[in-house]
Design a protein around this ligand. Sequence first.
Ligand code: NDP
Length: 478
Amino acid sequence: MFENKNKLIYGGGLLLLGILSGSLFLGSCQSSSEMGLDRLEDLNNLVPVVIIGSGPAGLAAGVYTARAGLHTIVVEGSKPGGLLTETSYVENWPGEKQILGRDLMAKFKKQNQELGVQFLADTVTSVDLSSWPYQVQTADGVELQALSLIVATGATPRSLGLPDEQKYWGAGVSACAVCDAPFFKGKKVVVVGGGDSALEQVLQLAPHVAEVTLLVRKDRLRASKSMQDKVAQVLNAQIKFNSKISEIIGNGQKVTAIKVQTGKLEQEQPIDGIFLAVGHDPATQLFQKQLKMLPGGYLELAVGSQQTSCKGVFAAGEVADHVYRQAGVAAGEGIRAGLDAVRFLQDLGFNAEAIKRSQRNFFEVADETDYKLATLSSVDEFEKLILHSKQPVVLDFYTDYCASCLHMLPYYTAIAAKMDDKMKFFKVNADDADDLVRKLGVLRVPTILIYDQGVQKERVQDVLSKPEMTELFGKYVQ
Ligand code: NDP
């Protein structure tokens, strides 16, 4: 009786642990004995190596698979170049004393492209690992048949889980200082967190804002000493220890204040912006119930390799690394994953002869449109061209340092090329359009505004896929 009860609790505990950690593993993948190359010619959109994610892990893998002669497609995701594009200077990349994160990732991409890696400006929406070749479905409706898969999806920023945090996301709440700092010129902002990301956000915000306060929940920082030394030099930055936000207050349009709890004391503080840097969670949603995961949702790897619980599926970077979480380590793991994928395909017999036989079934990324989008930068132009337009008008606000915006622009351009007889399309570089940004109350990028008969009909601040954009714009054309 007692023994049975214990067993039940033990089993239930494991199940509960699995659910809590998001690691409930129900799927099964094809065993290698069932993987054969005899029917490759019957497949469409075949890709020997699909890399999901375009941060240092994914693009380091691309260098190795491309150099091994394997046709490689990188699905860039909603943040091309990954989290490094949202940092300013990287000072711990071996061989570079100081380099801008986005410049480093631009170098990675250029090298990949020169080696023949193709980039798909798209986001993976589902992956099916139950049969091989593995199927990878994208937001744009492409279905790839992957002979091997490298998961380099990185990590996504955590939120605080406070009421109204989502309501004011993009309207005062942000997780990307480098993207949104210019919208807080002369304002008072707080950064939440005590790690390197939080201190980096303080450094990115300080030159723009009147005052930045770092709210740290404990009595100490977790960030590296070099970061702490830099923040100590910033005159308009202060640190409040043992402090956390207990409430976000807004006026329905944007954040106006926060309640800060310091010990037992709770005080309301007027504020314009809240920047969150409270850590990241591995981006493993696509693989729930398909790949084995560790507590915390990190992908589990076989000892001594980057192999996940499915043959031919490898992972690299923060999606599987809960220990180091550094760009250099992610790149190293990407190299290992690339080499593992090359070996896996060689062992399957995917040699020069098999490549020749199946080459015409390979998926090739189509060339981007060379359509030129109209630009807008002043209030005068806005009043002339938008408020008096007989056709509906779309404005896409972006900046050169906003990775999500740069991701959306090719879709936007392609849709504009197709629909410009029914609707007008403009792009607005928010950095060169201060007055317009202020007049239209744009608080972050990307922002899409739609006007019809001079009246604002839509304000969208999310990263949209091509089908989502097509659907949104389609509402305004007959
Ligand atoms: P970290 O996990 O290092 O830090 C997260 C911070 O957020 C901690 O201070 C944590 O507090 C705090 N926190 C977590 N939840 C809450 C909450 N609910 N309310 C308030 N505070 C909270 O994450 P980072 O994103 O900063 O860094 C991730 C990795 O990336 C690290 O390895 C870091 O070194 C690296 N990195 C390196 C950079 C560089 O070298 N230039 C730049 C940016 C990141 P607590 O300490 O109490 O747990």
